[in-house]
Design a protein around this ligand. Sequence first.
Ligand code: AP5
Length: 235
Amino acid sequence: MPHPLPNASDFLPGPVLMLGAPGAGKGTQAQLLMAEFGIPQISTGDLLRQHRRDHTSLGLLAEGLMKKGEFVPDDLVNEMVSERLAEPDTEHGYILDGFPRTLNQAEWLDTKLVAYMLPVVAICINVDRDVLLKRITGRRMSTNGCIYNIYTHPPKVDGICDVDGSKLEQRADDTEAVFHERMKAFHQKTSAVIEYYRSHGGRFAEVNGDAPVEDVTHNIRKALLALRHHPDNSE
Ligand code: AP5
């Protein structure tokens, strides 16, 4: 059972980065924290999928790469994030979900945030590979962004979103074959990002993501509180 914690607004240390392998629960947790803190979840995967639906040149390029489980080039993703961070709803903080996922993106973000003097903290969600595979192949999404899972979090009516009754879809990259490619990219490129934040003392925490959703949320909140009071983050 989760334990009560102090008011959330008292312990947000700054912008929060959600790191972790495909299916670790970054989106699920970011959505819960967004609702609790009233700050936006900025998912680079969702932004890229929106570009695909809008048939922009970035969307067309991203489509081919995402289907193969490869990353979209850093400069294009950085520019997309830069535009999103310029929107007024980020003024009181935000949760970055799936960004940065290369060292270049992490360094770019640091350079960008220096101008605003905002500390940024990274939460890494750890889950074993066999659990990740089941989560990815069992995931179903609604057009409004709700996340379900046929094994662990099924909708009340099979294939239908509980919230708006729309038909649930499976992401094109949620196949076993593409999962292995996404894991390869994660190990080759994102592991370095995790080490980057780990080496910065008070900017990093890890949580076990192989637990009920509410327990993972509770542990993320506890980790944020600890980072908020870390000596490196005091003014
Ligand atoms: P993106 O959409 O970000 O995919 P990802 O990083 O692979 O992560 P996922 O969305 O698959 O998983 P998640 O951790 O959010 O898990 P979720 O909460 O949904 O990126 C897609 C692609 O876009 C990339 O491959 C790349 O091509 C491109 N891209 C994106 N960002 C980029 C960047 N910065 N640079 C370059 N390219 C980029 O949960 C998964 C499932 O598990 C769900 O069904 C959920 O219900 C279930 N679940 C979650 N938590 C639990 C739990 N605790 N217990 C049981 N089930 C759970």
